[in-house]
Design a protein around this ligand. Structure first.
Ligand SMILES: Cc1ncc(COP(=O)(O)O)c(C=O)c1O
Length: 384
């Protein structure tokens, strides 16, 4: 135990200790902490669905009909009609034959990668892929190679030198969660085709945000028929909980039989599925949510151009302001908090050393006045 305390001290000394705030009400542009109101600019609740009345009603109805817990894993007795309905709706949204849901996006990535790749296989990853992809790769036992962020020359070089593997799997986020930029999917598709590799994409931050119908970055680039495996989560723009994998029927049936994070875990509560089904319905019916999200995103990015801040030129509602040093990032975040704005400092190991940042995320439900309030306070951090 002494070693653990010692490790903890080291984490604290390097300004990398993590703590959370206790939110007292619902998620929205405003949140309550210790009876104070703060403007939140750090949630993945892009469309404001985490507290939408249509979804809340769907959940209440589902709880009345199905109760709360699923009671067992899907393959034992936990498979309820709402799980299947949600899988059907995700397949429709993603334009795929079949879908399997997991309790979280993290579990979808780990379970899928481990089921698809083993000792005889090669997985190639972008350096900035999400931790759940990296963990899946490590656990799979496959040969695992990483290319520098979006470096297609390196990606192709790895493939050229890797002809002896049974299966080659390129895995990439479509929207990189900490930088907010997009993977160069059309080029990745060409490279994969030339080297007989499969492509798996993680649409965690693309689903509900990109594409004419909110399908994601795959739709944005018009690549539905080129991507083998689409992973996503219902916990961000859909405002709910749960991970999913969409693809060919054989692939999905294979995962139902082989993905350990699907087989050996209790099914999602049915009312959680009802929330996701309602979220997808809203996404389909109400395009104004996405329009507001993008209007707010463009507004803030345009106004930030005049600021003397190191802003990563992202392509999404994720706007990272690089501070650099972890301690400094904490100080800046605290400065904002004292002025009523919640944007926690993102520090290593979530981001590379000396690239600690404020990761602003925009929501459809922010008003122009709220964006102006943020801008007013951000003006002052230029001189900290
Ligand atoms: C790119 C990416 N993939 C996967 C996940 C995991 O999703 P979930 O929160 O549903 O576990 C996240 C976020 O947490 C993410 O940002």
């Amino acid at each position: 135990m002494r070693e653990i305390s010692h490790e903890l001290e080291k984490i604290k000394k390097s300004a990398l200790y993590r703590e959370y705030k206790s939110i007292e009400g619902a998620q929205g542009p405003y949140i309550q902490i210790e009876n104070q109101t703060y403007l939140s600019f750090c949630s993945n609740n892009y469309l404001g669905l985490a507290n939408h009345p249509f979804i809340i009603n769907a959940v209440i109805k589902a709880v009345n009909q199905y109760g709360w817990g699923a009671g067992a894993s899907r393959l034992v007795s936990g498979n309820m009609v709402l799980h299947e309905k949600l899988e059907y709706e995700i397949s429709r949204l993603k334009n795929r034959n079949s879908t399997i849901i997991f309790p979280t996006g993290y579990m979808a990535n780990v379970g899928t990668i481990c089921a698809l790749a083993g000792k005889e296989d090669l997985i190639i990853c972008d350096k900035l892929n999400h931790a759940s992809i990296i963990d899946g790769c490590r656990l799979s036992g496959a040969t695992f190679r990483v290319y520098p962020h979006c470096d297609l020359i390196k990606l192709e070089k790895i493939l050229k030198n890797s002809t002896h593997f049974r299966r080659k799997l390129i895995v990439t986020d479509t929207v990189f969660s900490m930088d907010g930029d997009l993977a160069p999917l059309p080029d990745i598709v060409t490279i994969a085709r030339n080297h007989h590799a499969m492509i798996m994409v993680d649409e965690a931050h693309g689903t509900g945000v990109f594409g004419k119908n909110g399908t994601g970055v795959v739709e944005h680039f018009g690549l539905h028929s080129e991507i083998n495996i689409v992973i996503g989560t219902l916990s961000k723009a859909i405002g709910s909980l749960g991970g999913f994998v969409s693809g060919d029927t054989d692939l999905i049936n294979y995962l139902r039989n082989r993905a350990r994070t699907f087989i050996y875990t209790t099914a999602l509560p049915p009312a959680v599925c009802a929330a996701s089904i309602a979220g997808i319905e809203l996404l389909r019916k109400d395009h104004t949510l996405r329009e507001s999200l993008w209007r707010n995103t463009h507004y803030l990015k345009d106004r930030l151009k005049a600021f003397d801040l190191k802003i990563i030129p992202s392509e999404s509602p994720i706007i990272p302001i690089i501070i650099g040093n972890a301690r400094k990032a904490l100080e800046v975040s605290e400065f904002l908090f004292k002025r009523g704005i919640l944007i926690p400092a993102i520090r290593p190991p979530t981001v590379p050393d000396e690239s600690s940042r404020l990761r602003i995320t925009i929501m459809a439900t922010h008003t122009e006045d709220e964006l102006e309030k943020l801008l007013d306070i951000l003006k002052d951090i230029q001189y900290l």
